[in-house]
Design a protein around this ligand. Sequence first.
Ligand code: ADP
Length: 545
Amino acid sequence: MQQTPLMLSAILTHAAMAHGDREIVSRLVDEPLWRYDYAGLARRAGQAASMLHRLGVRAGDMVSSLAWNTHRHFELFFAVPGIGAVLHTANPRLSDEQIIYTLNHAGSGVLLFDRNFLALVERLRPKLERIHTFIMLSDAQRTEPGTVGALSYETLIADAPPLTDWPQFDENAGAILCYTSGTTGHPKGVLYSHRSIVLHAMAAGLSGAFGFSAFDCIMPCSSLYHGTAWGVPFTAAINGCKFVLPCDKMDGASLQELIQNEGVTFSGGVPTIWTMYLDYLERTGEDAGKLERLVIGGSAVPRVMAQKFQTRYGVSVRQLWGMTETSPLGVVATPTPKLEALGQAAADEVIWTRQGRLQFGIELKIVDESGRELPHDGVSSGNLLVRGPWTVERYFRSETSALDADGWFNTGDIATLDANGFMRITDRSKDVIKSGGEWISSIDIENIAVGCPGVRIAAVVGVTHPKWEERPVLIIEPHDGVEICATTVLGHLEPHIVKWWIPDAVIIDTVPLTATGKIDKKRLRDRYRSYLLDLETGETSAASL
Ligand code: ADP
């Protein structure tokens, strides 16, 4: 059989040839809605590739973006890897220090950014070690050079001849670099290869996963900078779907405008976005247009959300579990004949409460503390390990493998697996909080909080929040005989951490320890799980706030 390398440029060339006139629509920062098609995408991505080449970008070089879900960012998904360079999609939700770290660690020489990141880029610039060229993803008249001397993307590509003869090289070459900030310490880079992205995109389109067809109109509401928006852009291009990009406007009214006007049939994103959309529908009494399917993941999908979408709006919710380290497709909750035979109510119950079912291309297993594999009985829960061609092998620039001796990656999640191949997350062994789809490091906050005079132990746990899924609360045990108040602790934290990391509550309490003297996070999580919800309903005294 032929040894054709799996290249991202092949997706672009195929899209232009097989469904070149299928439409792509993009919102932009301060510009009118943009419309073109896959043939236009191929032409402009080719121009962007030539432009980057002119600027001196070569195979193996790194190029960074700080950009929203727009057609220009989508063009970079092909232009940069297409010439053998790597696109690092920097995450603007990280703290300044973390963004600086990722840009320096990636080692990019060129940064392309959206207009509303100019102030951020100017602020970061003195600490950026390698970046020599700044390009604003904007047209000529709206480009502001700022103190970084930004060039206009549109001006630069206007006279660049479109590259059509994309080079062929090793399919294992790096294509897109994405950093995850799950745990304490610096963010860690996961470098997706051409091969891993193509295989992932083909698998994600299958009917047991996203199930895309040429009739679909797809709008990704997970960020292009976070795990390539779950690979959706590539899967849409392979399948000839109409593609709609919402820029940074993820509020209910803005999403509804695109869903209604463009005929969106499929979308996906973290639960927080869909909570806002549901609120919008309920407030206005409008319907969800042609929307048929939503893939929601990144955090657990509340059962009531899936149920409301299905029963009130006829939209079926498929939960997805995945990680930056798994590109991110892990499992997706889609129906099977066996489930349907149990009757609609029973099938819905499984689909609404499980993270998803096994997909071809990614193996899952659960093990106990000693590494012994546990049965798929839906009850035994253990550490969730994964393995497969789009799972990380080692972090970017790391000398050591991230896998165990048998090639399994430990996800830091605790899960059950059942006989029908459905996985359910029951807990998390990694000490982090996920708020609105982005990580907050409990350990980082604790380290700062213990520096506050009078604090003996500081423990941060994630508790349920109606909008953000999880928010941090800080439990403080003061030194004996010391009176400490929440305001003092918050005042101590504020200068050191980004605003959205500030805990929603500071509780003065004793902190339980495990037998080995570690903070017993599980007991704290159980104790305070509904603390913020109870605060809202007045069932918790606000005295601790
Ligand atoms: P992503 O943003 O693609 O979810 P991250 O690497 O930021 O990737 O986060 C991955 C982690 O998020 C998982 O290990 C898990 O803890 C959590 N997660 C993802 N999807 C779900 C889900 N459906 N239910 C519960 N937790 C989830």
